[in-house]
Every structure is written in structure tokens, then in C-alpha cells.
Design a binder for this molecule. Structure first.
Ligand code: ZN
Length: 545
């Protein structure tokens, strides 16, 4: 009998052990989150003929592509996008309501990741005084750390500070971003560390950044074969400072000094290659994917956004940028194969927002498009309060299509805040360019279940947002008539690529509608860990094995 019990015990311990070991082995050694700044969904299809088999197409053919993935929030800006991807929720919960916003408690405009408590690590500038502390919720990277008792490494990398800091979360081992100016270095904040690791210092001491600025930006292939974009020299694109035309080639070596020295690297395709180089150095330097735990590398390619802003989605420059980025992606994937091992890592690729065609270009095609005159609007809003409440001090700030009321002034004049807000909503609809407007009170008391009002509501944070929220017409920008931007809840800004690939991911395509907030809970489920603490997204079950 004793022997039998002993046998059974050994047997069960043996099998439980096997099962545990087996489940551990199935998990990816490394998650690589790739965010491409300002990538529209249609860049996957429009330039597809010229993409290699090893870049975007490798992800599309062997991974799971969500063709109908959308941002369900306003405003579609970089910080908001990155925070929403990684927290699995919208600004009403995570608190990153824009890149910059008016802080009604501090009575000043703040930047999403500024934090004076901290100092720069890597040089003597102020560019590293940053932290993710304005983000109120956890990220999937935080959850991975919590699930592994702080084992495993989570690292964020991007040319833009906010695109490295927010994805890496509150418990990140490191976030690195690019400081251009005279030297061109990757830096960090002492929120993460006291000194840069040797591999970062070595990278900064290498001549890589400089080497990328030694040649003009010319097209990868003969420019006459670029058939998925409009004529190169046109009225809708911006110039580098010192250029006389917007067309190729862009003489980077000679434009460098007038365009902020190493800062020019941010705005050319080489900035993406340079980011990929640094990501690879991080994988080697930190031995990512080599321990018994799962590591997380959050890398964001920012140059696509700078180029998009300057030249617009229809430009030859954007076509060239994506053909080159395809090569960077291919190269990064083959590096992961070698370094981590095929099928031992999982990738997701998405964007932090998309972009509208240059409104002046749309107008030239008779498509309705607008430029919003913010100075005129501010004047007009003051005239409204003067006319109805006999004061020009009732508005504290107007930014991000939000009006912040001066509550102290309103109270001191014995006025009703709700009446002031209601009157503004009623009257500003007469202003050219404002299409819809709603008070914060309406957003607090009414639930919008879909469409653009739902996106506005998801972007409205009761604690920190303004008192009146506005929506302009489709294809409206506040800027000059060259180049483009983003920020709206319309499809051109919200429809983005979303591809999962690698360990734990099925091959396939879905045409069902998903939201950006679904990424974090899906990755959490893949890792069998808890989703971020305020996640409102759902698991994309059809993408998972
Ligand atoms: Zn962006």
C-alpha cells in the first residue's frame, strides 16, 4: 500500500511538474510592442506592391491582422495613443488627455510626461526631467512586472520621450528617448536609473547618429516608379529650413545646421533605422529574452510622424518613408529570429493615431476641408461671455477643442457655471468650423454608446478635462496650409493597423471592428496575467491560439 501511495505521489508530482514546465515553455520570452507614429491603416495596402516579403508582409501573412481597428477616443494625439494602447483604456480612466493640456489645478499648461522632481540621465540638459506619473493607471508592462514579482525587464524606446515613457509604465526598468541638438544622444530620467548602462554610453559614443546625416535623403528607388503618391513638387508640403523646394533630394548634410543639428534626424527615414539600431542594442545589452522570465520591449518609431506632419499622407516622402521602414521592420524581425529564436517572441504592431490628408490638397479636389482660426475663436468666445454675462474673465483657457471656465470668477459674480457653459455651447455653434459642442455636464449625465460622441466621452476625464468640449467639421486643422496633423475622432485619424505575430498568435485576418484598448487585455491574456487595472478593452480571442 505504502508503495502504491508513494508511486501515485511521485507520478502526480512528475506530471504536475511536466505540466508546469510545459506551460512555462509555451510563453514568449519577449514581447515586442511596435508603435508606428501616425501610421494610417491604408499605408499597409497602398504601398504593398513594393513591400518585401520579410517586413510588413511577413507579419501580415504569418500573423493575425485586424483590418478594422480604431481609436475610440478623442483627441488622437501621440501621448493619448501610446497610453491607451498600453493601459487598455481611454483618457477618461488613464488621465493622459492630450500631449499638452491646461492643468486647472496648477493654472498652467503642462506637458504629459514633464516631472521636475527628476533629473536627466545622460547629459546636462533638462530633457530628461520626465516620468509617467500623470498616467493614473497601470500598463500591461506594469502587469507583467507584477505577475513576475518584478522579474523580467520592461524597456521603452522612442525618439519622442512620451512614446518611450508611457508604454514602459510605472515600473519600467528603463525608458530611453533621443536628445538631438549638438550631440545626438539617447538619454533617460533618474526616475529609472542613476547612470546610463554601458551599452547606452557605448552606443552614444559610436558615430551612428552622425553617419546617418552624411548623405542626402534621396528616394530608395527611381522616383519615377513612385506611383502611389502625388507629384513631388507641390503646394501642400512643408520645406526644411533653408530649402527652396519641397522635392527630392533633401540635402541633409547641408540642411543639418539650420534644422537643429541632430534634431534633423528625427524628421527623416534614417531616424527610424537609428531607432531600430538602438532597439537591437538594447536587446543585446540587456540580454532580453534570455532569462526564465518574459521581457517586454516597447519600441515606437517617431520619424514617420515628423515626416507626415511636414509632407502629408499623399507625398512621395511618405511613400519612400514606408518603403524604407518596411526594410527596418524586416531587419528587426530577422534579428529577433537570431537573437531570441523563431516563435519564442510575440510582436504586435499598431499606431498611436493616423492622419488626415492635407486639407488644402482635399480642397483642391473639391472635398470639404477646413482651417480653424483658433485666435478668432478665442476672441469670439470672449464676445459671447461679454454679451450674455457682461464679463471677459469667465474663460480661463481654450485648448484641445476644450473650454476651461474660470469657476472662481463665475462664483464671485454670482453666476451659474452650468448656465455659462450651456450658453457657450449654444452660441459657439455659430462659429465657422465648430460642428458639434457639448458641456462637460452632459458628458457626466448622458451615456453615448457609439460614434464620435462616444469617442469624445471616452476622451473626457471628469477630474481634469474642460467644461465645454467641441468637435470641428471633418478634415479640419489648426495650422498653416502645408503639411498635416491629427487629433480628431474621424476615421482618417482613428483607423490604424493592428497586427499580432509570433508565439501564441494564430494566422489570420479579421474584418470585425476592434478598438485600440483591446490590445493590452489581449496581450495580458496571451501571457495569462491580469489586464491593466482600469482596462476597458476586450480580448481579441480570434487572434490567439
Ligand atoms: Zn503620434
Amino acid at each position: 500500500m505504502k508503495n502504491i501511495i508513494f508511486f501515485l505521489l511521485t507520478f502526480s508530482v512528475f506530471f504536475t511538474g511536466c505540466k508546469l514546465k510545459e506551460s512555462k515553455q509555451q510563453e514568449p520570452k519577449l514581447i515586442v510592442g511596435i508603435v508606428i507614429d501616425q501610421m494610417r491603416y491604408d499605408y499597409l495596402t497602398r504601398f504593398s506592391d513594393r513591400y518585401s516579403e520579410n517586413g510588413f508582409k511577413r507579419l501580415l501573412k504569418n500573423g493575425f491582422s485586424i483590418e478594422n481597428a480604431y481609436y475610440n477616443l478623442i483627441p488622437t494625439y501621440t501621448a493619448v495613443g501610446h497610453a491607451s494602447i498600453y493601459t487598455g483604456t481611454t483618457p477618461d480612466n488613464h488621465g493622459i488627455i492630450s500631449n499638452n493640456w491646461y492643468d486647472k489645478f496648477l493654472k498652467k499648461t503642462i506637458y504629459c510626461v514633464d516631472d521636475d522632481i527628476y533629473r536627466t540621465v545622460g547629459n546636462n540638459s533638462d530633457a530628461g526631467k520626465k516620468s509617467p506619473s500623470r498616467m493614473y493607471t497601470t500598463t500591461v508592462t506594469d502587469q507583467l512586472h507584477l505577475a513576475q514579482n518584478m522579474n523580467g525587464k520592461t524597456i521603452g524606446i522612442a525618439i519622442k520621450d512620451r512614446s518611450a515613457i508611457l508604454p514602459a509604465g510605472h515600473t519600467a526598468n528603463a525608458a530611453y528617448w533621443f536628445h538631438g541638438k549638438q550631440k545626438g544622444q539617447w538619454i533617460s530620467s533618474n526616475f529609472y536609473m542613476e547612470n546610463l548602462p554601458n551599452w547606452v554610453t557605448d552606443f552614444n559614443n559610436s558615430d551612428k547618429a552622425n553617419n546617418y546625416l552624411k548623405t542626402p535623403w534621396n528616394t530608395l528607388y527611381d522616383i519615377n516608379t513612385y506611383t502611389n503618391s502625388i507629384i513631388d513638387n507641390n503646394l501642400f508640403e512643408g520645406k526644411f529650413k533653408g530649402e527652396t523646394a519641397t522635392s527630392f533630394p533633401h540635402d541633409i548634410p547641408n540642411l543639418k545646421v539650420t534644422n537643429g543639428n541632430f534634431d534633423i534626424l528625427k524628421g527623416i527615414p534614417a531616424g527610424n533605422s537609428f531607432t531600430a539600431d538602438f532597439a537591437k542594442a538594447a536587446i543585446l545589452g540587456e540580454n532580453l529574452g534570455k532569462s526564465e522570465f518574459t521581457d517586454f520591449l516597447a519600441v515606437s518609431f517617431s520619424s514617420t510622424d515628423y515626416i507626415g506632419h511636414q509632407f502629408g499622407p499623399a507625398s512621395k516622402e511618405i511613400e519612400d518613408t514606408y518603403l524604407r521602414l518596411d526594410k527596418d521592420i524586416a531587419d528587426l524581425l530577422s534579428f529577433l529570429d537570431k537573437q531570441i529564436g523563431k516563435n519564442k517572441y510575440t510582436v504586435f504592431l499598431t499606431a498611436d493615431h493616423a492622419a488626415v490628408d492635407v486639407p488644402a490638397y482635399l480642397q483642391s479636389l473639391k472635398i470639404p476641408a477646413h482651417y480653424f482660426d483658433i485666435q478668432k475663436f478665442k476672441q469670439s468666445a470672449l464676445e459671447i461671455t461679454k454679451k450674455y454675462f457682461n464679463s471677459i474673465e469667465l474663460i480661463e483657457n481654450i485648448s484641445n477643442y476644450q473650454i476651461f471656465l474660470n469657476k472662481q470668477k463665475i462664483e464671485s459674480l454670482g453666476l451659474d457655471k452650468n448656465k455659462v457653459a450651456d450658453k457657450l455651447v449654444e452660441e459657439i455653434l455659430n462659429f465657422e468650423g465648430i460642428y458639434k459642442a457639448v458641456t462637460a455636464r452632459t458628458l457626466q449625465t448622458t451615456r453615448f454608446f457609439d460614434g464620435i460622441m462616444n469617442s469624445l466621452q471616452n476622451g473626457y476625464n471628469q477630474k481634469i478635462s474642460g467644461d465645454v468640449m467641441m468637435i470641428p467639421y471633418p478634415a479640419t486643422l489648426i495650422r498653416g496650409r502645408t503639411g498635416t496633423s491629427h487629433g480628431s475622432g474621424y476615421s482618417y485619424d482613428t483607423h490604424i493597423p493592428l497586427i499580432f505575430y509570433g508565439n501564441g498568435i494564430k494566422k489570420g485576418v479579421s474584418k470585425s471592428k476592434y478598438e485600440i484598448i483591446d490590445i493590452a487585455p489581449t496581450i495580458a491574456n496571451l501571457l495569462r496575467i491580469e489586464a491593466p487595472n482600469s482596462s476597458t478593452g476586450k480580448i481579441i480571442t480570434e487572434a490567439l491560439k
